[in-house]
Design a protein around this ligand. Sequence first.
Ligand code: LMR
Length: 328
Amino acid sequence: TLLQTLFMATVGAFTLNSAIAADAPIVIKFSHVVAAETPKGQGATLFKKLAEEKFPGRVVVEIYPNSSLYGDGKEMEALLTNNVQMLAPSLAKFDKYTPKIQLFDLPFLFDDIKAVERFQFSAKGKELLNVMRDKGITGLTYWNNDLKQLSANKPLRVPTDARGQKFRVQNSEVLDAQFKQILAVPRKMAFGEMYQGLQTGVVNGAENPYSNIYSQKIHEVQKYITESNHGLLSYMVIVNTKFWEGLPEDIRTGLQEALDQVAVETNKISHDFNLADKQKILDSGKTEIITLTPEERAKWREAMRPVWKKFEAQIGKDLISAAEAANN
Ligand code: LMR
């Protein structure tokens, strides 16, 4: 009968579907908020290449740059509900899950990006990859961007120049405190909303490494950049713990190797990449870059440093000392 035929067809389709499902590749959606042509964007692209080469037909990595799938605020929820499997949020964006990672946002903590790397790949740095596991988030490695610069529509040479200025900050209590410390007004805002926030005057300033300034065209809506190198922008590559632990062993090992390789590559190029973007900003003639004298930079350091004390208990003194020791 017709009903029987329909029934058989349905069963057939169902069997076929499960056969396909068994052979279906593992899809890793990797969402991020920056442009593809940034250190993180390039890192994600390289990871996709390495992962798909290692596991042809078994692993597919889909990259969604520029907040095109999820922006700040939504991406972490999406990871926890397994709607994306991999993210690389800035270390400033983990406040809700652990106070420890706030370490990386303490102003003037690291002298340069090499010191950052030394700390991240030390035993203490690696321990931090696991502090959110019970919350369902597993850290796999770090990828660095670079140190941040201040941007504004007025020249900022000394901390008092920033008084009353409204600065866009990432969703971080340390960064909020950092600007309050110099009597400026921090405003937490998603990365994808920063350009418009600056353009419309909701905020007057921001802090970013050159690669984010250039790729988001921030220099077109800011008259000045002060080369302050006052803080760090670095990322933790994270996965949903359950998803990760459910992967076949060989795939998990292979993907970890790929991510480690990308960390080496990204960290090798990120500082020079930022310097090249600094040159492009200079060439655009749209914004003036202010270099500070050592005395001027010392004033910013002195003005922002009290923030350390405020967060010392939450972060842990031992962790702060270990990070400082990486400078030598
Ligand atoms: C920011 O929000 O400023 C950064 O975290 C963006 C990024 O991912 O580089």
